[in-house]
Write a protein that binds this ligand. Structure first.
Ligand SMILES: *Cc1c(COP(=O)(O)O)cnc(C)c1O
Length: 338
């Protein structure tokens, strides 16, 4: 498929750059299931170091990375506490329950994505044969493009730790949070036992995620990954894309954030378009077109502008393949049509 003029559906749609493809073509490879792929090993070492953890494991997707983590933390009949709108609860096909026999204990999320520590403490179950055994708290950063304030994370984590739980962070976009706040990514990862990072979102790799944590946990996760069919062979080809992204595509996330602001301001100046200021923190813009949303989406698609617009609040996402000019053209196209 030819590249669209602009594609704001997600930051997963970006295509590997020429330089990234060159890095992939030159990658040294081996059989990673036997621990022989030097490029995968380098990627794992680099990410473990950057996130301040002992060990790391490369996986095909963020969903598999989170599931490996959940299954490494929780056995059959145990449970994890998670926000109602969290990816690890709502958007992963129920994998923890289906494949791990792990019970989710979802709780309400505040609008900013945080969990009330009192609520976390309240749903932890006592040791009683009636109940699943509560083992894990799972948070997400960024959530809906919003950076989770560290004090809110620490309050929820404290509640979990006091009850003897371990903690996992779905850090699919943790580098967006690090760049937006100017915080070292290791500081954002520090309070957690494990963190999952996506290479295929704003970082622009064609695929891949990495799970980091201590050596014992990652060892258990490797067993789970194999069981889930995620053991890879000459995966250095794609790990090389991740290494390239870590070298070249982290600081530039600030450009995606600036373009999201440009898009937000451009759309906000159009009569009949409502932008949601409090949601604008990283590379996601939240906007309402009312009843016009779905028909506008279809009209924009005809001129090569891809986005997903509902009658409610719609999400537009900037990434590596979105330029200032394309943002301006998109805003102009919307202004002509609403
Ligand atoms: C995309 C995403 C994932 C899953 O990643 P996939 O590679 O699409 O499986 C997990 N969590 C969050 C918050 C995400 O945005």
């Amino acid at each position: 498929m030819a590249a669209p003029v602009i594609d704001l559906r997600s930051d997963t749609v970006s295509r590997p750059t020429e330089a990234m493809r060159a890095a992939m073509a030159e990658a040294e490879v081996g059989d990673d299931t036997w621990g022989d792929d030097p490029t995968v090993q380098r990627l794992e070492a680099v990410l473990a170091e950057r996130l301040g953890k002992d060990a790391a494991m490369f996986v095909p997707s963020g969903t598999q990375s989170n599931l490996c983590a959940l299954m490494a933390h929780c056995a059959r009949g145990e449970e994890y506490i998670v926000g109602q709108e969290a990816h690890t609860y709502k958007y992963e096909g129920g994998g923890a329950a289906v494949l791990g026999s792990i019970q989710p204990q979802p709780i309400e999320m505040a609008a900013d994505g945080s969990l009330d520590p009192a609520r976390v403490a309240a749903v932890v179950k006592v040791d009683d044969p009636h109940f699943a055994m509560t083992k894990l708290l799972c948070l997400e950063n960024t959530h809906n493009g919003r950076v989770q304030p560290m004090d809110a994370q620490l309050a929820a984590i404290d509640a979990a730790r006091s009850a003897g739980l371990s903690t996992h962070l779905d850090g699919a976009r943790i580098f967006n949070a690090a760049v937006a706040t100017g915080t070292p990514v290791a500081d954002l990862a520090a309070p957690y036992d494990s963190v999952s990072v996506c290479l295929s979102k704003g970082l622009g790799a064609p695929m891949g995620s990495v799970l980091v944590g201590d050596g014992e946990l990652i060892g258990r996760a490797r067993r789970v990954r194999k069981m889930l069919g995620g053991g890879l062979r000459q995966a250095g080809l794609v790990a090389a894309a991740g290494l390239h992204a870590l070298d070249h595509h982290v600081d530039r996330l600030a450009e995606d954030h600036a373009r999201a602001r440009r898009l937000h301001e451009g759309l906000g100046a159009i009569d009949g378009v409502e932008v949601h200021d409090e949601m604008l923190e990283t590379n996601m813009v939240f906007v309402s077109f009312g009843a016009r949303g779905p028909s506008l989406q279809a009209e924009l698609a005809e001129i090569g502008m891809e986005c997903r617009l509902s009658t409610g609040v719609s999400r537009l996402v900037t990434h590596l393949d979105v330029t200032d000019d394309a943002v301006d053209a998109f805003v102009a196209a919307v202004a002509e049509r609403v």
